[in-house]
Design a protein around this ligand. Structure first.
Ligand SMILES: C[S@@+](CC[C@H](N)C(=O)[O-])C[C@H]1O[C@@H](n2cnc3c(N)ncnc32)[C@H](O)[C@@H]1O
Length: 354
C-alpha cells in the first residue's frame, strides 16, 4: 500500500499443505481468518486419513478417542505454523463447530472448540471472547435419540464458534498504519451488531458451484462472516492468511475490505472456482459499498428523527456519523484487477461509491 491514499492489494492462492507454509515469512501476517476441517465430522474422515493413515486405522477400530486426538494433532501442525507467521499483536479467528458422533456403540460430543482453545492457551495466546453464530439446519430428522421419551435424546447442534486469539499484547500502529486504521473504521451501528457475542443474522452460503463433487468438498462459510471478521480485526493494507482456503471466501472478503491476502488449499480443483469469481469483483465491490451506505443512510434517518441531528460528518462522503472515530471512513471500491499469474492477482481501488 502506497501513501497519498492510493490503495493497492496483492492476493495469492497457493495449492499446497498449510502444515508447512514455506512461502510465508515469519511475522508477516496481521490476521488469520479460517475454518479447518472439523475433527470427527464424517465428511472430513478421508482427508484426515490421508494426512495420517493411523487415523483411518483408529476409525476402523471404532476408537473415537484416538481418532479425535490424532486429527487434532494434524491441525496442531497448522496452528504452529500460524504462530510462526503471525506478527505480535496479530489476531487469529477460527470458525469451528463441535461434532457429535456414534462410534464404538457410544454417542458423544467431540468438543472441537475446546480442543483448539486449549492448544492456543498452550502457545501462550490471549483467548478473547468468542462469537457464536447460529447455523440453522432444516433437516426433518435433525433431532436424535429417543424421540418424545426421556432420557436418551440429544440436543441438536445448530451453532458454530468463531474462536478469537491474540498473539502477545495489544497491537501497536506506526504512523502510516494509524492513518489506515482511521480509514478502516466501521459505523457505530455496525459495531453494535458485529461486536455482540451471538450472531443470528448470517445468511447461509449460496453454493453457486454447479459441480456436486466441489459442493461436497467446500463447507464454505458465509461471505459476511469473513467480511466482518476482517473489518473488525485488521486495517486496510494488512495481510490476511487463510490456511484452509476452500472456495476462497476469505480472499474474496480481503479484496473487498482492501486487505492483502494469502490462502492455502490442498485441493487443486478450487483454484478455478476462485479464479472464475475474480471477474465479478468490481461489480460486487461497488454493490457492497452501496449497500453499506444505504443501510447507514436508513440508520441516520431513523436516529435523527428520534434523537436530533448527529454531531459528526464523514469527511469524504459528507453523511452524518455517530462518533468522531467514523469521520475518516473510506470504502475500498475495486477499480482494476490485474492477474499476475495463476493464483496471483493485484487490485487497485478508488473510494468512489457512486
Ligand atoms: C472447512 S473447509 C474451508 C472452507 C472455506 N472457509 C470456504 O469458505 O470455502 C476446509 C478446507 O481446508 C482444506 N485443507 C485441509 N487440510 C489442509 C492442509 N493441511 N493444507 C491446506 N488445505 C487443507 C480442505 O481441502 C478444505 O477445502
Amino acid at each position: 500500500m502506497s501513501g497519498e491514499g492510493k490503495l493497492r492489494t496483492a492476493h495469492r492462492i497457493i495449492i499446497g499443505d498449510s502444515r508447512r507454509m514455506e512461502e510465508v515469512g515469519d511475522r508477516t501476517i496481521h490476521l488469520v481468518v479460517t475454518s479447518p476441517p472439523y475433527p470427527m465430522i464424517e465428511m472430513w474422515d478421508e482427508l484426515f486419513s490421508s494426512l495420517n493413515p493411523e487415523i483411518e486405522g483408529a476409525l476402523l477400530n471404532e476408537d473415537g478417542a484416538l481418532a479425535y486426538s490424532l486429527m487434532n494433532k494434524e491441525l496442531d501442525k497448522v496452528w504452529k505454523e500460524v504462530d510462526r507467521v503471525l506478527t505480535t499483536g496479530g489476531i487469529v479467528c477460527i470458525n469451528v463447530g463441535d461434532a457429535t458422533r456414534k462410534i464404538g456403540g457410544a454417542f458423544q460430543l467431540y468438543p472441537n472448540h475446546s480442543s483448539i482453545i486449549h492448544r492456543f492457551e498452550e502457545m501462550n495466546y490471549q483467548v478473547l471472547p468468542p462469537i457464536i453464530w447460529r447455523k440453522q439446519t432444516n433437516k426433518p430428522n435433525k433431532y436424535m435419540g429417543s424421540g418424545m421419551l426421556p432420557s436418551n435424546a440429544y440436543v441438536t447442534l445448530e451453532h458454530e464458534y468463531i474462536l478469537i486469539f491474540r498473539k502477545g499484547g495489544n497491537r501497536s500502529f506506526d504512523p502510516e498504519e494509524r492513518e489506515n486504521r482511521r480509514k478502516s473504521a466501521y459505523f457505530w451501528e455496525e459495531r453494535n451488531v458485529w461486536f455482540s457475542d451471538i450472531w443470528t443474522d448470517l445468511k447461509g452460503i449460496s453454493q453457486e458451484m454447479g459441480n456436486d463433487d466441489l459442493r461436497e468438498r467446500s463447507a464454505a462459510y458465509p461471505f459476511e462472516l469473513a467480511y466482518r471478521l476482517i473489518s473488525m480485526y485488521s486495517i486496510q493494507g494488512d495481510t490476511v492468511l487463510d490456511p484452509f482456503l476452500g472456495t476462497g471466501t476469505t480472499i474474496q472478503a480481503a479484496v473487498h475490505t482492501g486487505r492483502n491476502s494469502i490462502g492455502y488449499e490442498l485441493y487443486a480443483g478450487f483454484m478455478k472456482v476462485i479464479e472464475d469469481r475474480i471477474a465479478e469483483f468490481r461489480d460486487v465491490s461497488r454493490e457492497l459499498a452501496a449497500d453499506r451506505l444505504e443501510r447507514h443512510a436508513q440508520f441516520v434517518e431513523k436516529r435523527q428523527a428520534e434523537k436530533g441531528n448527529m454531531k459528526h460528518r464523514s469527511l469524504k462522503y459528507g453523511f452524518p456519523v455517530m462518533t468522531g472515530q467514523e469521520k475518516n471512513i473510506l470504502f475500498p471500491v475495486v477499480k482494476r484487477i490485474e492477474r499476475i499469474e495463476e493464483g496471483e492477482f493485484e487490485v487497485e481501488y478508488s473510494h468512489e461509491v457512486k
